[in-house]
Design a protein around this ligand. Structure first.
Ligand code: GLN
Length: 484
């Protein structure tokens, strides 16, 4: 048994009686036991809960595609009764009284939660090095980062510990780690999946999405978690199409846009070569390749690093030592308690964002920074609108490089921020995008990003699936920790 061949196989195994849900949970826990001391993806393992849930399901077998199958969640999704830390000292010990809608939907589908996954503190980062709890290692090379901020989610899936996981993506945090770990990562359109119970980082950008081995698995999981939720007023009232039925393998006549702005000299040679080969492959499948332009791409990073910190500074004001998790001791008065709790509780990157965000929002600077960033955001969304007149999907590398080494970018926040140049514009525009493995460069996985029209996850999934079937790159199995 393994988790690499996709959810449908596991489902069939359960249906035929070849395996039970308890077998799957047992296997997942065994894998965690075997490799997680090195990968360090899990911050919490809910072994007892998982075992008892599986035992119940074994007696009462059920039909759903996710029923009886283990999964794990990034630790910024609230889970009732199970600690939720956001990999921050300030939330250590916080046990939510309710579960995120996405988590509840997977539970309703009778999926089995086996644990919570490491991440950059409050999802701020691109390497998971900002976790206050531990360092997650890339299953392809333990000396490399798994990407971030959903690094634990991507690493857990890549290392075969769970068949799928959920991550969250504010500026690339599902797609970038998926690319670094050789798995599939889907960021749905803003509003497609409820954010209720997702600890807020930048509320106008955050989205929950699946990290899986195959594109079909991404379709299966999205099918389950998508849809309007009355608890999240930004979730959209739109029909959720049958994503799985849409995976026909036929992309003849599809127009795929190549934006020159995403193939700048910042893109490493090995990454460029792999993505270009993938584009040719899609052309061979009958797609038409069209050159498009997204002229404001160069301003996306600057706009994002004002908007995201501005929203974060407001969202993170609630951690005051009174209501959640950690509270500093030995304080003199209320103000001192706030100050000490926040000084000790937050890590350096989180503090940096709160400072930048507070500054950008302060009177006198608001117009110069925050307001202008919002105007740039509109221009970026308009670029995409114009391009989608001519094409159905836009292709780019997911990241400029493959996974980098620990410490390589931690000294200079700007080089770390550069990692997201291909993914950030997509969040600013609210669009859906997927990262699919498209080969290796020097033994490390490369991700190709496909960007779709608003709410058109179906076309994205169909295109990614057709490519994946033709190319045969997924699922890729890392040699766990060593590469030539
Ligand atoms: N790396 C980006 C940041 O640090 C994106 C993070 C994310 O998508 N959560 O903000």
């Amino acid at each position: 048994m393994d988790f690499y061949s996709g959810l449908r196989k596991l489902h069939q195994g359960l249906m035929s009686g070849e395996m039970t849900s308890s077998d799957l949970v047992h296997f997942s826990l065994e894998q965690i036991e075997a490799v997680d001391s090195q990968v360090q993806a899990f911050v919490t393992v809910t072994d007892e809960l998982a075992k008892s849930q599986a035992a119940k399901l074994d007696v009462r077998r059920s039909e759903g595609l996710l029923a009886g199958i283990p999964f794990a969640l990034k630790d910024n999704m609230c889970t009732q009764g199970v600690e939720t830390t956001c990999a921050s000292r300030i939330l250590k010990g916080y046990i939510p009284p309710y579960s995120a809608t996405a988590a509840r939907k997977l539970e309703a589908a009778e999926g089995i939660l086996v644990g919570k996954l490491n991440m950059d503190e409050f999802a701020m980062g691109s390497s998971t090095e900002n976790s206050a709890l531990m360092k997650t290692h890339n299953p392809w090379d333990y000396d490399c980062v798994p990407g971030g901020s959903s690094g634990g989610s991507a690493a857990a899936v890549a290392a075969g510990m769970v068949p799928y996981a959920l991550g969250s993506d504010t500026g690339g945090s599902i797609r970038q780690p998926a690319a670094f770990c050789g798995v599939v990562g889907l960021k749905p359109s803003y509003g497609r999946v409820s954010r209720f119970g997702l600890v807020a980082f930048a509320s106008s950008l955050d989205q929950i999405g699946p990290i899986t081995h195959t594109v079909e698995d991404a379709a299966i999981v999205l099918q389950e978690i998508a849809g309007k939720d009355r608890r999240d007023s930004t979730s959209v009232e739109r029909e959720v199409p049958d994503y799985i039925a849409g995976l026909t393998g036929d992309i003849r006549g599809l127009r795929i846009g190549v934006a020159k702005e995403y193939f700048s000299p910042a893109i490493e040679e090995g990454v460029r070569t792999a993505v270009e080969a993938a584009i040719l492959q899609m052309q061979r499948l009958g797609a038409t390749i069209v050159e498009v332009s997204l002229p404001h791409t160069a301003y996306a990073l600057s706009a994002y690093y004002l908007i995201a910190p501005a929203e974060a500074s407001s969202n993170l004001a609630r951690y005051d030592g009174v209501r959640y998790g950690y509270r500093a001791e030995g304080v003199e008065n209320l103000l001192d308690m706030y100050r000490k709790t926040r000084s000790i509780g937050f890590g350096a990157e989180v503090k940096r964002r709160i400072l930048v965000g507070t500054y950008a929002l302060s009177s006198g600077y608001y117009d110069a920074y925050y307001k202008r960033a919002q105007q740039v955001r509109t221009l970026i969304a308009m670029d995409f609108d114009a391009a989608f007149h001519d094409v159905d999907v836009i292709v780019s590398p997911t990241t400029p490089t493959t996974a980098f080494r620990f410490g390589e970018k931690t000294k200079d926040p700007l080089t770390m921020y550069m990692n997201d140049i291909c993914t950030i514009p997509v969040n600013l525009a609210g669009l859906p995008a997927i990262s699919v493995p498209c080969g290796l460069s020097d033994g490390l996985p490369v991700g190709m990003q496909l960007i779709g029209r608003m709410y058109d996850e179906a076309t994205l999934l169909k295109t990614a699936h057709a490519y994946e079937q033709a190319a045969g790159f997924a699922p890729m199995r890392p040699a766990l920790g060593v590469h030539a």
